[in-house]
Design a protein around this ligand. Structure first.
Ligand SMILES: [Zn+2]
Length: 798
């Protein structure tokens, strides 16, 4: 079997013993690396205190520069020993301490390039190796890693836990957790599914555990390959920058995504199910077969995203989970998020050249997840589900325990389907942006024209190979549009729909054909598309506010939840930007929706009711006061209504102390987040400042500070206060999230909202405060800000 390696260097095995000082958050490491190199060895290492590098009797000289540890081995083939020491920061990356209830667990998050903070290694996804891990820990602690425990022995005052050796895998997938854990175990065949939490919480993991069992069953059959490790842990981590992470056999979750009980909202329950399915999808696609380099991270993320919707759709057909794939949570996975992000000039191709860790962290975004996933959906629709599945299955079995690229997948899909997958996909993954297809009628023929769509209102002549379905008089035809203009015969045209169910990743603009469109049978996805495209046309200046409102009017009493929820979101944003012009429209729409939802009991309607009530609490003071009365018996409020009730209470009472008491009295993260969100809705400015101040006292989980900032931004009239607070506290916030890319996403959505009316001030602030870890998000945010600012000016003139 060829060894994993790059060029002149190959690693076979890491044999690592970590001697952990749990209370003082320090460790000593003894690492044996079995490797072969043709020249001096270069490993990655950050923040580690390297003591001695040796092999048998030979001791090697070494030097450290930036993130590289160079060892003067010359040509070497054997086992290298490195003795070193490290400390464990209270952060969110590498090996870190996650505090809870005045104690902590030690946990790891090594993606993308953070394994080097735990042990010196060749920290690249394509250099796979086997890992033999052992930890020395206090006797009252437990340890979890990717593989089951092989043996536990006595080692002085401590115990030594030895784990089974892993299969060949990438460094970023290694996991170590140490602390007091409670577990619950279930079995699927021989596979153990173990929920691990801090003490007293495993009962909250039953839902996720059931979902995991069913999702593994689904993937075993979908991929045509059984899950390959003896067990999988689902671990609740008290402080976590991401939603979840697919460490092979030891998946970590933010607690709010793992814990479900009777108090959990539908939105979070769906998030939990989706998160479990997503990370399990990675156990094959990502862990068993890994991208060669981070350029292809999208392949991991978009694939896991796409198939997690397929899995959950199978597990819960009543949820109609593909609604969330269009517009839902998390935004980075959605079509709305991807189309909204990729219409900026400051976008990037799906397959993007990245070098520095700062760059890598920032591409876990709406392009890598959402656009990639929607392009996969487009290609699946073009090939057919079964051909797609077979191609994927062959790809996985061919490249198991190794690495592959997008091209390897296209080859398999092409071989199975006989269609030109490479030609289509290479264009879609390498070209930034996406097309708008204009449809008009000329001499009884349909004329389709494509060009690049940009939010700035400009256009660019780019031609994509677009698989398009055109539905004429209810009958679909499939074409591959490879030119700028395509002419399609359309005799006896009575109804017309282009890109039904929005399977293609492009916008459609009908010119003079609206009547034919309204004659078609419109699915909820079609309706969503009409509303969403209209919003992008408005933002880019392609249509006026009046025309946009005419489109909304068609859906004023829309009964399907996807388009209705979309309109609610759009009006919500417009209400923040131009409250005086939108408040009445938003009020009327949302009251109509409440009425329509009155007797509906399904979970999607219940979720929409919560959203509608929340938006109404922001625009209608009378409604807020009435809804606030339910806060007295908050425990009895339906889970999907709790957020709206808490917000309504905050807005109509300004009871800071009452909400703070509720916050401190709750032990559920979801409830705590509901109260924090409510407190960012205080109408009293002094109280809003107090809430923002509270977010940085250390009492709010580090992972949740951005949620406080984000929910402040979505409150009308909070912009001035948030902007001045942000400028004062920017360095503190950066400190909280160092070595993660999460602020990039935050700034991308925050800047355009905060900056309206003070564009130059905001631009000059961010030009002065350069932040390499958020550069991409800041640039995108500033570009979007110019579009919002232009829109606000134009609406104010009407
Ligand atoms: Zn993922």
């Amino acid at each position: 079997m060829p060894l994993g390696g790059s060029g002149t260097m190959q690693v076979e095995e890491y044999d690592l013993v970590i001697d952990l000082d749990f209370s003082n958050l320090k460790f000593k490491g003894k690492l044996l690396i079995k490797l072969r190199t043709e020249e001096d060895l270069v490993l990655n290492s950050v923040g580690l205190d390297i003591g001695r590098v040796s092999s048998g009797e030979s001791v090697f000289r070494f030097s450290q520069k930036d993130e590289d540890l160079t060892v003067e081995t010359g040509r070497f083939d054997g086992i290298l020993q490195i003795d070193y020491a490290g400390s464990i920061p209270n952060s969110l990356a590498g090996i870190y301490s996650a505090p809870y209830d005045h104690t902590h667990i030690v946990t790891t998050h090594l993606e993308a390039a953070q394994a080097r903070r735990m042990f010196p290694c060749v920290d690249r996804p394509d250099v796979k190796a086997e890992f033999k891990l052992a930890v020395k820990i206090d006797k009252d602690l437990e340890a979890i890693s990717n593989m089951p425990i092989k043996s536990v022995g006595q080692d002085g005052q401590k115990k030594r836990v030895n784990f089974e050796k892993t299969p060949r895998m990438s460094t970023y997938l290694l996991y170590l957790g140490v602390g007091k854990f409670e577990t619950r175990t279930e079995k699927l065949g021989k596979t153990e599914i173990i929920v691990a939490t801090t003490p007293g919480k495993t009962k909250l993991g039953k839902f996720a555990q059931d979902e995991a069992r069913r999702a593994i069953e689904y993937f075993n059959s979908y991929y045509g390959l059984p899950y390959s490790l003896p067990k999988v842990h689902l671990i609740g981590v008290p402080e976590f920058a991401m939603g979840a992470m697919e460490n092979w056999g030891a998946i970590t979750f933010r607690e709010v995504m793992l814990f479900v009980d009777a108090n959990t909202s539908t939105r979070i329950k769906m998030r939990s199910s989706m998160g479990v399915a997503h990370e399990l999808a990675h156990q094959w696609f990502g862990d068993l077969v890994t991208m060669k380099w981070w350029d292809d991270i999208w392949l991991n993320e978009s694939f896991a995203t796409f198939v997690s919707y397929k899995a959950v759709n199978k597990l819960h057909p009543d949820w109609k989970i593909f609604n969330n794939f269009f517009n839902g949570d998390p935004k980075v996975e959605t079509l709305a998020g991807a189309l909204g992000r990729d219409c900026l000039k400051n976008t990037h191709p799906i397959e993007v050249k990245v070098k520095s860790p700062d760059e890598i962290e920032q591409i876990f975004d709406a392009i890598s997840y959402g656009k990639g996933a929607h392009v996969l959906r487009m290609i699946e629709a073009y090939l057919g589900e079964e051909a797609f599945r077979q191609g994927v299955s062959r790809y996985l079995s061919t490249h198991a325990y190794s690495n592959a690229t997008g091209n390897d997948l296209w080859s398999m899909l092409e071989a199975v389907s006989g269609k030109p997958v490479k030609r289509i996909m290479s264009h879609w993954v390498r070209e930034p942006g996406y097309p708008i297809v204009t449809v008009s009628l000329r001499d009884g023929m349909l004329v389709l024209r494509q060009e690049r769509f940009l939010l700035s209102g400009e256009t660019e002549d780019v031609t994509w190979p677009i698989p398009i379905v055109i539905e004429v008089n209810g009958e679909g035809r499939r074409i591959l549009m490879e030119k700028t203009e395509e002419i399609v015969e359309a005799k006896g045209l009575k109804s017309l729909k282009v890109n039904p169910d929005y399977t293609g990743f492009f916008l459609v603009k009908y010119v003079g054909l609206d009547a034919l469109l309204w004659e078609s049978q419109l699915s909820p996805f079609d309706k969503w598309g009409l509303v969403f495209d209209a919003f992008l046309f408005l933002l880019s200046g392609r249509i006026a506010f009046k025309e946009y409102l005419e489109v909304l009017n068609k859906f004023a009493k829309e009964a399907s939840v996807l388009p209705a929820g979309e309109i609610s979101d759009e009006l919500g944003l417009l209400h923040i930007l131009v409250p005086s012009k939108v408040a009445e429209i938003a009020k009327e729409f949302h009251h109509n929706q409440l009425e329509l939802l009155k007797d509906k009991t399904d979970e999607n309607s219940s979720m929409l009711r919560g959203k509608v009530a929340y938006r109404l609490a922001l625009v209608d003071g009378g409604y807020a006061s009435k809804l606030a009365e339910d806060f007295r018996d908050y425990a009895k409020v339906a889970p999907d209504m709790k957020q709206a009730v808490a917000l309504a209470y905050a807005r109509s009472t300004n009871d800071f102390d009452g909400l703070m008491k509720a916050y401190r009295g709750s032990d559920s993260d979801e409830d705590k987040l509901r109260f924090l969100n409510a407190m960012t809705g205080f109408a009293d400015e002094a109280l809003l400042r107090k809430t923002l101040g509270f977010a940085l006292t250390g009492e709010v989980k580090r992972q949740d500070v951005i949620a406080v900032i984000g929910s402040t931004a979505e409150k009308p009239h909070a912009g001035d206060i948030l902007w001045s607070w942000l400028q004062l506290n920017i360095e503190k916030i950066r400190e909280l999230y160092q070595n993660t890319g999460v602020l990039s996403g935050l700034f991308g959505s925050l800047i355009p909202i905060l900056g309206v009316g003070r564009v130059q001030e905001v631009e000059s602030f961010f030009n002065k405060h350069t932040m390499p870890e958020s550069e991409m998000g800041v640039r995108a945010g500033l570009e979007r800000l110019r579009a919002y600012d232009r829109l606000v000016k134009s609406i104010m003139q009407t």
